[in-house]
Design a protein around this ligand. Structure first.
Ligand code: ZN
Length: 455
């Protein structure tokens, strides 16, 4: 199925887009100057991969070498479909490379770089996923709401996710309440829930502290919604009745606000064939390119669109027209703003695995003892995660991956001065085997529980 994003044919698109951004954007003029601060931000939205598109992983000796390589590549006359898929670490980048661009990538590599082919045929991997899911996409009669439910056996459509949420709400009417936290650009409700273990979830208890958990800001990151639902399912299962009294005592200190799919429009779009779509589905006035990167659209105004962002609507990191221009980020920030005694915020993404903490828009550390405290919490979380399946999650300030503004965690830090994490879940890409769902859920369930006593 063809991408709905308008794409201009021919070579040199990346170069042209750099030029456009430099002409029309003060933010990207700064990025395009010889004094580089991070990688280029003008890559086009990830396309529907062609049959011969490979996913390459490139390891470089330093963050600077990684960014210089990408800048060289951006000016190398490559096709419109070559794009940055994600950053696997501060010294590593994954690229989507059509066969026609393979030579250009190899020519731009420094001598001390290491190139690995992660997937020779990404189009084939995508097709296999689609074929596997096709037979199961309309079923909503899952086997219960516990962590053993067959809901967690594979990735689910948004209708299936809603059905599972409805089943959870019906099964635990006292501890769990649902509400609509806002509407998407296309007018769909953004569904949230609040978990009040041992309390009444329909009443705000000022004596409790609040936790904000969200997933699915980026449409293609299919592992994040089921991971968050697995954590919720586990909390409910373990604390109903007197099953697990220590956990019940721990969780009863908090009201936990949970939004499993923030970017509903984008998530639905990825199920229509445009599997690597990242942004929301904003129609950008004056442009044929759709979508704003919600994870570049958060305030505060003083940092919005200053780093790792683009003012070019075709970019996958397009920051929008102003901070909180998007209804999805408005909904989530207003929810966070409304919470009493908020103690923690986590935004689940894929992939890393990494645990990013503030600050991420600048290399400056968070104030005073905050940076050390956040690093300690992230390390405790990483240790707990590793103990479950041996998976390494690397803790670091978000800026160490590359400086980028407009995410939840800096906003949460600047407005509430709380620990806030972007948890980049496991996997080597966005299309991963479904066995990762249970493993991701199990390890992040443990990772979250272990930091709660430290808040
Ligand atoms: Zn993401």
């Amino acid at each position: 199925m063809a991408s709905t994003t308008l794409r201009l044919p021919g070579l040199g698109w990346a170069l042209l887009s750099l030029l456009l951004a430099a002409l029309f954007s003060s933010c990207c003029l700064a990025s395009a100057s010889p004094v580089m601060n991070g990688p280029p931000t003008t890559w086009l939205s990830a396309p529907v991969p062609a049959e011969d598109t490979a996913q390459l992983r490139v390891f470089l000796p330093s963050p600077e070498a990684r960014d210089q390589f990408l800048w060289r590549l951006a000016g190398a006359g490559v096709s419109a479909d070559l794009t940055t898929l994600g950053f696997c670490s501060s010294r590593c980048v994954d690229l989507l490379v059509p066969e026609v661009d393979r030579q250009a990538v190899e020519a731009a590599l420094p001598a001390d770089a290491v190139l690995r082919t992660a997937e020779r045929n990404l189009g084939g991997r995508l097709r296999a996923e689609r074929d596997r899911l096709a037979g199961d996409a309309h079923r909503t009669d899952f086997s219960g709401v516990t962590r053993a439910s067959d809901f967690f056996e594979d990735f689910r459509t948004y209708a299936q996710i809603e059905a599972f949420m409805d089943s959870l709400l019906a099964a635990y009417p006292e501890a769990l309440s649902g509400f609509v936290s806002g509407r998407t650009f296309e007018g769909r409700p953004i569904r949230s829930m609040v978990l009040s273990v041992g309390g009444n979830s329909t009443v705000v208890d000022a004596g409790r502290r609040s936790i904000h958990l969200q997933a699915g800001q980026h449409a293609r990151e299919w592992l994040s919604p089921p991971t968050l639902l697995y954590i919720l399912s586990g909390f409910l299962e373990e604390t109903s009745g007197s099953a697990n009294l220590p956990l019940r005592d721990l969780l009863s200190q908090f009201d936990i606000y949970i939004t499993p799919v923030v970017n509903v429009d984008g998530y639905l779009h990825t199920w229509k064939g445009d599997r690597l779509w990242r942004k929301n589905r904003r129609v950008n006035s004056g442009s044929n390119f759709l979508g704003v990167d919600l994870n570049r659209n958060w305030g505060p105004n003083s940092t919005w669109c200053t780093e790792g962002s683009s003012t070019f609507p075709g970019s996958d990191v397009y920051c929008g027209t102003e901070a909180f221009s998007e209804p999805e980020t408005q909904a989530m920030s207003q929810l966070l703003d409304s919470l009493p005694n908020v103690a923690l915020a986590i935004d689940y993404h894929t992939y890393g695995p990494m645990i990013l903490y503030p600050l991420q828009h600048t290399y400056d550390p968070a104030e005073g003892d905050d940076a050390a405290h956040f690093d300690h919490l992230a390390t405790v979380m990483a240790d707990a995660i590793r103990a479950v399946h041996g998976q390494e999650y690397e803790p670091m300030p978000g800026s160490q991956l590359y400086p980028h503004s407009g995410g939840l965690i800096d906003y949460a830090y600047y407005t509430r001065r709380i620990p806030a994490f972007t948890v980049e879940l496991r996997g080597d890409g966005f299309i991963v085997p479904p066995s990762n769902i249970l493993e991701s859920g199990e390890e992040n369930y443990r990772g979250l529980i272990d930091i709660l006593p430290l808040l």
